[in-house]
Design a binder for this molecule. Sequence first.
Ligand code: ATP
Ligand code: SF4
Ligand code: MG
Length: 364
Amino acid sequence: MSTVTDDPTGGDRSSTEPLLEVEDLVVEFATSDGVVRAVDGLSWSVSAGETLAVVGESGSGKSVSSLAVMGLLQTPPARIVRGSVRFRGTDLLSLPRAEHRRYCGDHVAMVFQDALAALNPVYTVGFQLTEALVARTGTSRREARRRAVELLDLVRVPNAAQRVRDYPHQFSGGMRQRVMIAMALALDPQVLIADEPTTALDVTVQAQIMTLLAEIQAERQMALVLITHDLGVVASVADRVTVMYAGRAVEQAPVLDAFTRPAHPYTAALLRSVPRLEALPGEDEDAELAVIPGRPPELVALPPGCSFHPRCQRSVAGCRVDPGPALRLVAPGRRAACHLAEEQLADPPVPVAAPAPAEEVRGG
Ligand SMILES: Nc1ncnc2c1ncn2[C@@H]1O[C@H](COP(=O)(O)OP(=O)(O)OP(=O)(O)O)[C@@H](O)[C@H]1O
Ligand code: SF4
Ligand SMILES: [Mg+2]
C-alpha cells in the first residue's frame, strides 16, 4: 500500500520517479457550436514497469489527451491551452512541434485502435518496419530487415521471415494489431500508450493481444498507458487507474482500491455496468447489468457544478452549484473529484470486476 501522497499527477511518489508526467493539461476545439473543452486540467503520471489504465465513456477525452502527449493533435482546430507533458523532466509541449514528435519517436510510442488505417496499404509490413528503422536509427537496410523479422517474431506473428513480404490487407485483424505493436516497439520506447488496442477484435484475440502487451511490458520494464473500455482487462493488467468524465480525471487510485471501494460515484456506476464474478450484496445473480442512466454531457454545454450530477445517484443540492468538485486526496494514494467521496468510500466493498476474457489475460 502506498504512503499518503498528494502528487498532482495522481502518481505514487513513494515508488520510482515517473517517466512521463501529464500535468494540468487543457485542450480545446473551436467548433461551430462554440469552444469545446475536450480535456480539462488532466494530470497523470506513469513510471517504468508500471501500467496505468485510463478509462471512461466515449468522448471523455482519452484519445485527445494521448494525441496531445504525442504531439499529434491537429492545431487548429485543437488548441493546447495550458499544461505540461514531461518526459524525464523535459516538457515536450515547450518544444517545437517537430522536435516534440522526434522526442516521442525516440522514447514514447503509441498503438492506435484502428490498425488498418494506421498502416500504409501500398507497402509491405516489412518495408514499413524497415523504413522506420533506417530513417530513425540510421542502421543499414540489411540490419533493419533482420530486425523487422525479429520484431514480428517478438509479437508472435507466425512465419515472420515470410510474412514481412505481405501487405497489411493480407493480415487478419488480430495479426495487423500485432504488426502495429511491432511498429510501436521498433525503436525501443520507454513508454507505450495503447489507445483501445483491441476494441475492433473478437474476445479471444483481445485476450491474446493483452497478454502479449503485458508480457512485453514486463520483459522490457516499459511504462504502459492503457486506454480501454474493458474494466476486466484493467482489473487484470493495470497497477493504477485514472477514470475520466467529460474531459476531467474524476478518480485516480491503485486499481484494486478503485475497483473494490470506488471513491467516485461514476467509478461505482461503471463497475455496476460490467459483469462480476459474484453478485453484489442484495443483487440478483441473474439480474441484468445496470446501465448508467442518461448520457455523457455535451461538452459545449456542461451542466453547472459537478458535470456528473444529472446522472449521479448520490447527487445533492450542493452538487449543482459551481464550482464543481476539484480532484482531491480522499485516502492514502487516492484522489477523487466528488463532494461526497468519503461517503462513497464508506459503501460496502464491490466484488472485483473480472469478466471471463480478462481471466485469460495474465495467465495466457
Ligand atoms: N476534431 C474535433 N473537433 C471538435 N471536437 C473534437 C474533435 N476531436 C475530438 N473532439 C471532442 O473531444 C471529445 C473527446 O474526444 P476523444 O476522442 O478524446 O474521446 P475518447 O474518450 O477517446 O472516446 P472513445 O472512447 O469514443 O474513443 C469529444 O467528445 C469531442 O467533443
Ligand atoms: S459531487 Fe455530487 S453529483 Fe458529483 S459525483 Fe459527487 S455526489 Fe455525484
Ligand atoms: Mg478514443
